[in-house]
Write a protein that binds this ligand. Sequence first.
Ligand code: CMP
Length: 136
Amino acid sequence: MSNTEQTLSIIKPDAVERNLENEIKEMFKNNGFSILKEKKIKIEKSEAEKFYKVHETKPFYNDLCEYLSSGPIVVMTLEKENAILGNRDLMGATNPKDAKEGTIRKKYGISIDKNSVHGSDSPENAKIEIDFFFKD
Ligand code: CMP
């Protein structure tokens, strides 16, 4: 049975700053993802705090929200068969030093904070995260 899904992807400030936007989009397209919607924006820290609310009790929450709001980001909805898991595979491990060869974070990630991309981790969160940026 087919399972076409949409997931939210963010190209984070470290990657936008290094002009990696097009290369990363090519990796998505070469791996069969369609980019349905996209916009380049800069968000306030208060918006980052809402977006990352699931992490609010974590010790890295404040730095994470400072970082996501520190410069322009590209937010996209990606579509593909099993897009959520597929995007997580393509991104690689959260910490670039643990990411496998061929993944976005292995190729471009600098550190666990500056790990170049974010992707939704479940169908529930994909819906919440897509609505967060694209509800009109
Ligand atoms: P992301 O997939 O955007 O989701 C939350 C982010 O928190 C994660 O990528 C990392 O960039 C960041 N982060 C910082 N420290 C940690 C940590 N110890 N564990 C998990 N995520 C972390």
